[in-house]
Every structure is written in structure tokens, then in C-alpha cells.
Design a protein around this ligand. Structure first.
Ligand code: A2P
Length: 320
């Protein structure tokens, strides 16, 4: 099986990339170096992760003239944050990510969420009661500004993240440059069967974030299910003589989903790329897909502990 997927632009994107969300400053540079040194050719970043400068330090050591990798051998993604949706802010936000990463272009630039927050420097602008200050900038207008980034050569392709099927269609209906990727939460407890088939029908590649269930999410509580400790997955892993993480990642890539496991542990970083030397039987693929519980780890809605408590914004993606 190929380690790449071909995007609708004809460009190739590696099926496994290194995720950098939650990788702490002081850790992420070493993680990116470990990944590039063991064969990763795909790094997933975002302005909101607050660590693009450190990712850039690692890229500078390995990806530049005279270094191990040529720029065109590595696929780098970044994302436009919600406070930068105003069309006037989009280019500057992209240029800031480029400067932090030390790159002259991005392979892919995603709109991180469909909802816009109030403009400004604060990542999560809030009112006194803790609720988020949204803005009414529509994602369609943000998209038009992102298309200009392609025209200017700052990014090779643009895409979406956290968009539902209806919002995806909405973008397709107005797009001059079509989105090539929708990056969404996806793992065996949230198998995204319907969204995946919808995206496939319009040649939109799906990338899974939190592909291993993001056990290190800051709001995790001990009573929540741990995907990597799932006994049924453990049993499958034992049968294949692989780790539970490898079984999950293989399930993703065998479904045609790109995945971006995050790790700051060199041995795990290496292990997570080793999913192309075995395949899961059709029965096991179906079995893993049946573990679906529609369990969202990101933006949890249990016990009033939502990340965004006022998720009733009209563009909030998880209502339908
Ligand atoms: P760490 O970064 O300490 O190595 P996700 O990609 O779904 O967000 O999951 C990230 C979490 O999964 C992190 O806690 C990461 O730990 C852990 N992790 C990543 N790869 C593996 C692996 N192969 N085995 C066990 N845990 C892993």
C-alpha cells in the first residue's frame, strides 16, 4: 500500500504525519527532529498550538539547501486560527506562520474551525462570564481570502478543519480553489463513517486528528474511556504482534485516511510510522469500525465541561 495519498490538486500527501498539538515547548523541536530522522515527510502544525517557532528550528536543521531533506520532500501543514478569520487578517496570519516555521510556502493551509472569534491577539477572547466572544465573519468570506494565498504562491493548497458535511458543501459551492482536505477528529470511538463517505464523494481527503484518542488532552478525566487501553484493541494487537497504536493507525490508513499521531517520545514516533508492513483483515477492519461510540474527545460535552461552553454558535460544526 502506498505511503502517500494523491490530493485533488494532483500533489501527494504522506499518509502518516507528526502531530504537534500538545507538544510542549522544549519538547517539540526534539520530536520533529526525531520524526524527520526516522523517515517522516509530513509535519502538521497550527498557529494555535503556540509552538511553530520551535518546529521551525527543527525544520531549519534538516530541511534547507545543503541539509538532509529538500523543501519539496517535506509536506508542512499549518492552520488559520479563529481570531484571524477577518479577510483583512488572513494573509498576515499566514505570513506569521511562514516566518515562525522558516518557510517560503506551506503545502497546505487549513481553516482551523468554521466559527470566527473576535479579532485580536488573544487566542480565546472571552467575556467576563467565560463565554467566547465570537465575530460574525462568515467562513465563506474567510475562504475567499485564503484563495488569494494560493494565487500569491504562499500556500500550495487550502483546506478545512472541523467542518461538517453541510459546511463542506457550502464551501464547495463558492470555491474558486476547492478544498483538498478536511481535518477532523477521527478514531475508533468516532469513526466518522458518514462524513468520510461524504468527503470521498467530492474528492476531499480526510485527515484524522486525535487519531489515537488524545489521551493527553488537558481536560481528560480519569473516568473517560482510554482508547489505547481498550481491551478489544489490545487483543487484536496481540494477534498481529503489533501495538494498539499501530493497529489504530493501520486502520486509519487502510480506510484511506491520513493520520497525524502526536508523540514527543522518539520510540513511539518511530513505531507510529511502522504501519505499512502489515495489513488488517477485512473482518478486523469492520470490527474496529464497530467500536464507534460517537465519542468526541475534543469539545467534550459531558458534565458541563465543554471546552467552548457556548457551542450554540450558528457555525459550530457538531450540531448535525
Ligand atoms: P507522548 O507524546 O508522551 O509519546 P493523539 O495523536 O491522538 O493526540 O495522541 C497523543 C497521545 O498518544 C500522547 O499522549 C502520546 O504520548 C500518546 N502516544 C503517541 N504514540 C503512542 C504510541 N505508539 N503508544 C502509546 N502512546 C502513544
Amino acid at each position: 500500500m502506498s505511503t502517500f495519498i494523491t490530493l485533488s490538486t494532483g500533489r501527494r500527501m504522506p499518509m502518516v504525519g507528526l502531530g504537534t498539538w500538545k507538544s510542549a515547548p522544549g519538547e517539540v523541536k526534539r520530536a520533529v527532529l526525531a520524526a524527520l530522522d526516522c523517515g517522516y515527510k509530513h509535519i502538521d502544525c497550527a498557529a494555535a498550538y503556540g509552538n511553530e517557532q520551535e518546529v521551525g528550528e527543527a525544520l531549519a536543521l534538516r530541511v534547507s539547501p545543503g541539509k538532509v531533506l529538500r523543501r519539496e520532500e517535506v509536506f508542512v501543514t499549518s492552520k488559520l486560527w479563529n481570531t484571524k478569520h477577518d479577510p483583512e487578517d488572513v494573509e498576515e496570519a499566514c505570513r506569521t506562520s511562514l516566518a515562525h516555521l522558516g518557510l517560503s510556502y506551506l503545502d497546505l493551509y487549513l481553516m482551523h474551525w468554521p466559527m470566527a472569534f473576535q479579532r485580536g491577539k488573544e487566542l480565546m477572547p472571552r467575556r467576563e462570564d467565560g463565554s467566547i466572544c465570537y465575530s460574525d465573519t462568515h467562513y465563506r468570506d474567510t475562504w475567499a481570502a485564503m484563495e488569494s494565498l494560493v494565487d500569491k504562491g504562499l500556500v500550495r493548497a487550502i483546506g478545512l478543519s472541523n467542518f461538517n458535511a453541510r459546511q463542506t458543501d457550502d464551501i464547495f459551492s463558492i470555491a474558486r480553489h476547492k478544498p483538498v482536505v478536511n481535518q477532523v477528529e477521527c478514531h475508533p470511538y468516532l469513526s466518522q463513517v458518514d462524513l468520510l463517505s461524504h468527503c470521498r464523494s467530492v474528492s476531499l481527503c480526510v485527515t484524522a486528528y486525535s487519531p489515537l484518542g488524545s489521551g493527553d488532552r488537558p481536560w481528560a478525566s480519569p473516568d473517560e474511556p482510554s482508547l489505547l487501553q481498550d481491551p478489544q484493541l489490545g487483543a487484536i494487537a496481540q494477534r498481529y504482534q503489533k501495538t494498539a497504536a499501530q493497529i489504530i493507525l493501520r486502520w486509519h490508513v487502510q480506510r484511506g485516511i491520513v493520520c497525524i499521531p502526536k508523540s514527543v517520545t522518539p520510540s513511539r514516533i518511530q513505531q507510529n510510522l511502522q504501519v505499512f508492513d502489515f495489513s488488517l483483515s477485512e473482518d478486523d477492519m469492520r470490527l474496529i469500525t464497530s467500536f464507534n461510540r460517537n465519542e468526541r474527545f475534543i469539545v467534550p460535552a459531558r458534565d458541563g465541561k465543554r471546552v467552548w461552553r457556548d457551542a450554540e454558535h450558528p457555525h459550530f460544526p457538531f450540531h448535525d
